[in-house]
Design a protein around this ligand. Structure first.
Ligand code: TRP
Length: 335
């Protein structure tokens, strides 16, 4: 088995933004360049169906996310980059796991509980609008992870519970049928910045406060100009530590550039000037990738070929793991 198998999925809803880039994509691609690491990255497009029933939006988001990772230099020979729906073994495994997953365990999932609570507050039936997809979300996620015996799973804090459930399900299976699955661990990187968005809250598509990563230059400038600031005039000292402009600066700048900007804040840099410099910093770092992104986005054949390559690698492993699972539960051949 691989020494250090890292796996993470990206739900294909929405357009990648600066927060995704800084918090997830940039560190994942950087780590995948290490030779000690065997990285699996995939588009969680079956997960997307739980949240989004707009086919065009699901399709477009998968395209944008795939193009983003490739444009940013993901090495698809060194890592395995695939689409969940291209690996049917995952959903087959999901059924087997569903049969060892306690309903009571799923009842405790945060996303499901939040939906129920929301219904109760509105006086609706507790399960109004709750699909089996939402309810079984953690089992599909467990299948994603256990399929490839991933040891480390980089995720946001909101996903820690799902990782605990994946471990639970793996333990349950191993207990009933014998040692089969590696128990995965969540990796939550506290050093990675959680970017603030335009309104100062966490940058997130659910708040509608994001700055998409590959906006055309003019639009990027416009978005940066919309970042909320206070009313301090040029010349008045500003507090870098409560400023979204500074926080985003820090996520892109070198430590030296950050120290310089801190001084500029204390010396009363005008908001307009700070934003102009922020635009230049970000734009300088992403303009080449943006160019590639726009090319790749138009090149469906290239995207398909990259994902087919990933699916082929993933399926080779998935097939042998699923074979083990089938044997374990008594579904092997008769001959
Ligand atoms: N649920 C994860 C999210 O919304 C995405 C995801 C799906 C995932 N399957 C996964 C992450 C497996 C890690 C491992 O962020």
């Amino acid at each position: 088995m691989a020494k250090n198998r890292v796996l993470t999925g990206i739900t294909t809803t929405g357009t990648p933004h600066l927060g995704n880039f800084v918090g997830a994509i940039r560190p994942a691609i950087a780590e995948s360049q290490s030779t000690e690491q065997d990285s699996f990255f995939f588009l969680a497009d079956y997960h997307a169906l739980i949240k989004c029933q707009d086919p065009a939006a699901v399709h477009q988001s998968a395209r944008e996310i795939a193009a983003t990772w490739l444009a940013l230099g993901l090495d698809t020979d060194r890592s395995t980059f695939y689409r969940q729906s291209d690996v049917p073994e995952i959903t087959e495994l999901m059924w087997v796991l569903t049969c060892v997953s306690g309903k009571g365990l799923m009842n405790r999932a945060h996303a499901y509980k939040a939906a129920v609570q929301d219904n109760e507050e509105k006086g609706e039936d507790a399960d109004f609008g709750v699909t089996m997809g939402l309810f079984c979300y953690p089992v599909l996620m467990a299948a994603d992870i256990l399929m490839f015996n991933a040891q480390r799973v980089p995720v946001g804090r909101d996903q820690i519970q799902h990782l605990e459930m994946a471990r639970d399900i793996a333990q349950r299976f191993n207990h009933i049928y014998g040692e089969t699955f590696v128990l995965p661990e969540a990796v939550v990187d506290d050093d990675v910045a959680v970017l603030s968005g335009l309104d100062g809250r966490k940058m997130s598509k659910s708040y509608g406060n994001t700055i998409p990563l590959f906006l055309p230059e003019k639009q990027l400038k416009k978005h940066i100009n919309k970042i909320k600031t206070n009313l301090l005039e040029p010349g008045e000292p500003k507090d870098p530590d409560t400023s979204t402009v500074f926080q985003i600066w820090q996520a892109f700048a070198t430590p030296e550039q950050t120290a310089e900007m801190r001084k500029e804040f204390e010396a009363g840099i005008a908001w307009g000037e700070a934003k102009k410099q922020l635009f230049e910093l970000i734009n300088g770092q992403i303009s080449e990738a943006r160019q590639r992104y726009n090319e790749i986005l138009e090149d469906g054949a290239f995207l398909d070929a990259e994902l087919a390559k990933g699916a082929e690698k993933a399926r080779a492993e998935a097939a042998s793991q699923l074979d083990k699972v089938r044997k374990a539960v008594g579904l092997s051949r008769f001959g």
